[in-house]
Design a protein around this ligand. Structure first.
Ligand code: HEM
Length: 245
């Protein structure tokens, strides 16, 4: 509420630059529209949704990313070789670079698939009677799609239960996206932050691997890849060594 208040105060003098500024504009524009949903309460919930949906998910995926790199050192090494060969060690990573880094991009997609942090989608409700693949869905039915089942479907993935970046590479080593890659769901209510998440993951993951080699702490033999059940599936707390390359 304080943030909204300070936005209100400065918006006449400063250029609009963020979500709250534009939301306030929209409230202004629709103030005489009957039943408009643009009000302060809805803005608060929307900001909350963006923080909730936008930070926990990417942070958890990054924790899985580093754990997998420790668990699969040969894959880590291959990513670093590609980064060194294509970008060198001093290049500041840009999201556009993914086009020149097919193996790294495939590894990031495999991290998202294999960690499957959101097992089922947010509950949705049918707004009218309908039929899906021959099944009748009466108006009012709550629907939660099973994302996990698509990410591990043996009909669509060669080795579903194996961490295999090859799932996202063609025979010539080019990056390919897969139809069953539905980690961000699909349709009208597809994840709003899909591009932002992919961008953040790419930039942070590449920058970290460019700078550090990740290894288990000395003496640690077993790497626990099982998840802790929750709103997102997280790895168990773990330690690793980040060694400057
Ligand atoms: C690896 C990261 C992420 C994953 C795996 C992920 C996955 C998902 C999934 C599965 C849904 C449910 C869609 C449905 O119910 O059909 C969703 C919804 C949503 N996500 Fe993400 N998400 C990620 C990152 C983000 C980020 C970075 C943001 C925001 C900046 C974000 C914002 C949202 C919002 C607002 C919704 C609700 C969309 C709606 O109801 O229309 N997510 N996400």
């Amino acid at each position: 509420m304080q943030e909204i208040k300070s936005h209100r105060e400065r918006r006449t003098v400063e250029e609009h630059k963020d979500f709250i500024d534009f939301y306030l504009d929209q409230m202004e524009k629709t103030k005489n529209v009957p039943n408009s949903t643009y009000d302060e309460e809805n803005m608060l919930h929307s900001v909350f949704d963006l923080f909730l949906g936008g930070s926990e998910t990417t942070a958890t995926t990054l924790r899985w990313a580093l754990l997998y790199m420790v668990a699969y050192p040969d894959i880590q090494e291959k990513v670093q070789k590609e980064l060194d060969a294509v970008l060198g060690s001093s290049h500041q990573i840009d999201y556009e670079d993914r086009k020149k880094l097919p193996y790294t991009n495939a590894v990031i997609h495999e991290i998202i698939r294999f960690s499957s942090i959101i097992l089922i989608t947010i509950p949705r409700q049918a707004v009218k009677d309908t039929t899906v693949l021959g099944y009748q869905v009466p108006k009012g039915t709550i629907i939660m799609a099973n994302i996990d089942s698509t990410l591990f479907d043996p009909e669509y993935w060669e080795t579903p239960h194996q961490f295999n970046p090859g799932h996202f590479l063609d025979k010539d080593g080019n990056f390919v996206i897969r139809e069953a890659f539905l980690a961000f769901s699909a349709g009208h209510r597809v994840c709003l932050g899909e591009v932002m998440a992919k961008m953040e993951l790419f930039i942070i993951f590449c920058s970290l691997l460019q700078t550090f080699k990740f290894t288990p702490p000395e003496g640690d033999k077993e790497i626990n890849l099982s998840f802790v059940f929750g709103s997102t599936m997280k790895p168990h707390p773990y330690k690793l060594c980040a060694v400057l390359r």
